[in-house]
Design a protein around this ligand. Structure first.
Ligand code: FES
Ligand SMILES: [Fe+2]
Length: 396
């Protein structure tokens, strides 16, 4: 993204609005309902898409100082991420090399980590530093020099971890090939200038992809959100662009209309739209007017019908006064309220519908291009044919 792209998205949205149209896929597309229900497919998704691909862990500001650490179990393995005294961010499996207890919980600042079970101590570089009664473990500190590293990338102000150790033990993750051009957007948003404000965790009884689906089309804004978003976002209009398996959908705010009477050099994309960047299977990164939101969705308990969404709010300047804190808290509360009281109740019914036997497929319209791209990308990653009906017919 650059200034020319910013203007071109705004112009396209104004044209769509005038013409009463939107970005359109070539054709509607049908997706198997088993995408939301099949335990075997779900197991493969967890293995390939959650633990086999880089997972967004947050922004650089989540580890603001040397010694800052956060633990994160959402990917189904315990992960510890810590900024060492050298400023380097590192990720480890949060699994003690003695008998496997979790070394540390939560988040905070520390120079070293002491396993609560038998007090083995690890440095902020993951190295095993001390073993009580070391004489009982001859040679063990050499055999087990530290926590198991996970590949990590910190770039453009964002942090990714591959939740599976590299075969060669590498701690570095080359994120560029995976971004497929999205890096221009990330650079444009200057994410390394943001500050963490607050986080919210919501457990749901539906497939994690239904949580992602919530963000991927504006067709429902005028109906499901008739009392809330309908007057904030223009329904059923989106600008759409793909980046490999990722995508960016831009929804115009109602105030976009004002741009028609303003000179172009005053046009601002962030203030006049809501942007949804879908990053492969489980992350939605959303620049929103004056702040950034990151939504991360994960399966829970290995079940296709259980999921959790973590919402994080990032702001341009740390909230110092009570008024500022209240302002940003209210922003987060509003986003969560609409999603959890309007979108997710509908999502729960879709999970029940998927298991009901009513239909083998659901259908996404031409006006829902991000839905089509997301689910086709997942099928590609899983090695499944895009058109399963045609594939089944040909096999007969
Ligand atoms: S399991 Fe960690 S010290 Fe024993
Ligand atoms: Fe919604």
């Amino acid at each position: 993204m650059d200034r020319a792209k910013e203007l071109s998205i705004l112009k396209t949205l104004l044209q769509y609005d005038e013409a009463g149209t939107t970005a359109l896929a070539d054709a509607p597309w049908e997706n198997e309902v088993t995408a939301y229900t099949c335990p075997e497919r779900h197991r493969r998704e967890e293995e390939l898409l959650i633990r086999g691909r880089p997972v967004v862990m947050g922004l650089s500001c989540d580890w603001p100082a040397n010694g800052a650490y956060r633990t994160d179990d959402f990917a189904g393995v315990p992960i510890l991420i810590v900024r060492g005294r050298d400023g380097q961010l590192r990720a480890f499996l949060n699994v003690c090399r003695h008998r496997g207890a979790k070394v540390v919980d939560g988040c905070g600042e520390a120079r070293s980590f002491r396993c609560p079970y038998h007090a083995w101590v690890y440095g902020d570089d993951g190295a095993l530093r001390a073993v009580p009664d070391a004489d009982s473990f001859p040679g063990v500190m050499d055999q087990r020099p530290g926590l198991t590293p996970l590949p990590l990338a910190e770039k453009h102000g964002m942090v990714w971890v591959l939740p599976t150790p590299a075969a060669d033990g590498s701690a570095d993750l080359d994120i560029d090939p995976w971004l497929c051009g999205l890096e221009e957007d990330l650079k444009f948003w200057k994410l390394d200038t943001y500050h963490f404000h607050a986080r919210h965790v919501q457990y749901e009884e539906m497939n994690y992809k239904l949580l992602v689906d919530t963000f991927l089309e504006g067709y429902h804004f005028g109906f499901l959100h008739a009392e809330t978003l309908r007057n904030v976002l223009k329904p059923n209009i989106n600008h759409f662009e793909t980046f490999g398996p990722h995508s960016r959908t831009t929804y115009p705010r109602a105030k976009l209309d004002r741009l028609r009477t303003k000179p172009e050099d005053e046009w601002n994309l962030m203030w006049n739209s809501t942007i949804v960047t879908q990053m492969l299977a489980n992350t939605v990164f959303s620049p929103q007017g004056d702040h950034m939101e990151i939504y991360r969705m994960f399966p829970v308990d290995g079940r296709p019908d259980r999921a959790v969404m973590e919402t994080s709010l990032y702001i341009p300047k740390t909230a110092e006064t009570e008024d500022e804190k209240r302002h940003w808290d209210a922003n987060l509360a509003l986003a969560i309220k609409v999603i959890t009281t309007e979108d997710f109740p509908a999502g729960r019914t879709m999970q029940m519908g998927a298991s009901s036997g009513a239909q083998s497929h659901v259908i996404y319209g031409r006006n829902e291009p991000a839905m089509i791209h997301y689910h086709q990308s997942i099928r590609r990653e899983l090695g499944l044919p895009i058109d399963d009906k045609a594939a089944k017919a040909a096999a007969k």
